[in-house]
Design a protein. Structure first.
Ligand SMILES: [Zn+2]
Length: 443
């Protein structure tokens, strides 16, 4: 018995040894980016004539006097503003409601579009987001039967290009979720499932969270108050505790003042939608450091009218949050088709609300970068352009500190150290592979 164990051990060690030799035989490629202007969002300033040296997927060095080793591939962005990738903190990549066939009623989208079709939409939407410079997307539910996990796995395993996905799996809520299904539809979960996990009792809540963890969620999304029987602060505490066992944070969809109070009282990680957040709630959120994913829909999106009064409330709410120093993230809730626009372009239209709220460009950029990395939980691994971080880098001709709308013209995108877009054109060949080149076990 003992001898058998030792021989297995030797075999295991030997196989590790074989793996360990692989990197030595194929050294990671070196890439050097010459950045004419390098934007540091944390400091809100621009450094000139910098070199970013990338080894494989990671940044090795940054600075004015970094020496470019012989043999390194040099990317000349000396006439561009180079900056870290953008974060969209609330999207639904596997949901696209449309004028036809469902007249923009997303309830009917669930009937018309299968999960496999929506997974393919998600792959396309993810590529569209990356093309606009979004290297991280928090995908907050309404993705059929885990199309969001499939997207994340496909990107992480190396099948297709896309942003880093922080996905929620299925939204957890009291019976019905955000829907008002007929009894015929709800009782057998023919329609509501899989868009919402009904979780009304503590046991159901725990089970629902574990289901999402098992099927690949990276964050837990709940309906705090979609129904009159929404979650109490104690129930939200249970959700936070259970999610924390698996290292996950909790985002709450909030649409009432009472719901906001419960979510804040419980110490939720982030609150989606700003509609119910007043001055008092903003002050509490600032005090507790609760993230605001306000999803501030602008006026002017074709086919998606916003009344003057509604827009005024949105702008005032965002401005109030900013004045109260609530931690802000850039978030859109984009889950629809705007004709002539990619998903990424639709998201960047939301800059209008931020500028109308009078928020300085440097702080809008912070919300889209630094705060985005923090709310996504990636800030120790990817985001900032500094040594040791995974290289997610974008570049644009203008200076977004002068005019944040310069972000609408991203001409260069690097993801995981590989060039995805150069000279304004997607060049994603390196991201398409015939197998899970980064490992099948990633789940
Ligand atoms: Zn949403």
């Amino acid at each position: 018995m003992r001898a058998w164990r030792i021989s297995v051990l030797v075999l295991v060690l030997a196989s590790f040894g074989v793996h360990a030799q692989v990197p030595a035989q194929t050294p990671a490629p070196l890439t050097a980016i010459r950045a004419g202007r390098l934007l540091d969002p944390e400091a809100g300033r621009i450094l000139t004539n910098q070199v970013i040296l990338i080894e494989g997927t990671r940044i090795r060095d940054v600075g004015r006097s970094v020496v470019i080793p012989p043999g390194a591939q040099v990317i000349d962005l000396s006439d561009m503003t180079v900056m870290p990738g953008l974060v969209e903190a609330h999207n639904h990549l596997a949901l696209t409601y449309k004028p036809v066939p469902e007249n923009n009623v997303y309830y009917y989208t669930y009937v018309q579009d299968s999960t496999p079709l929506r997974a393919i939409q998600a792959a396309s939407n993810g590529i569209q987001m990356l093309n606009s410079g979004f290297t991280i997307v928090r995908d907050m539910g309404n993705n059929g039967n885990y199309a969001d996990t499939a997207l994340r796995q496909a990107i992480e395993q190396g099948w297709i290009p896309g942003p880093t996905i922080v996905n929620s799996g299925i939204i957890i809520g009291g019976m019905g979720g955000q829907f008002f299904p007929t009894p015929e539809m709800a009782k057998d979960h023919n329609i509501v499932y899989p868009e919402y996990l009904d979780a009304d009792t503590p046991d159901e809540i725990v089970k629902a969270i574990r289901q999402n963890v098992l099927f690949g969620a990276r964050v837990i999304k709940i309906c705090v108050d979609c129904k009159p029987y929404g979650y109490t602060a104690d129930e939200i505490r249970l959700i936070i505790r259970e999610a924390a066992k698996s290292g996950l944070k909790v985002e709450g969809h909030v649409q009432t003042l009472a719901g906001a109070r419960n979510a804040i009282d419980a110490g939720i990680w982030s609150i989606a939608h700003g509609t119910a957040l007043n001055d008092e709630m903003h002050k509490l959120m600032a005090q507790k450091g609760i993230w605001r994913a306000g999803t501030e829909t602008p006026q002017g999106l074709a086919g998606h009218p916003v009344t003057d009064a509604a827009y005024r409330r949105t702008v005032d709410g965002l401005k109030n949050a900013y004045d109260n120093k609530v931690p802000l993230t850039f978030s859109t809730d984009a889950d629809y088709w705007v004709e002539g626009r990619t998903r990424g372009e639709v998201c960047l239209e939301f800059l209008r609300t931020w500028t109308d709220a009078g928020i300085p460009s440097a702080d809008i950029i912070r919300a889209m970068t630094i705060n985005g990395y923090k709310v996504s939980g990636t800030d120790q691994t990817r985001g900032p352009i500094k040594a040791g971080m995974i290289a997610d880098i974008i570049a644009l001709p203008g200076n977004p500190l002068d005019d944040v709308n310069a972000l609408k013209d991203v001409r260069f995108v690097m993801k995981d150290g590989k060039v995805f877009k150069a000279d304004g054109v997607m060049t994603p060949a390196a991201f398409f592979n015939g197998g899970p080149v980064n490992g099948w076990r990633i789940r």
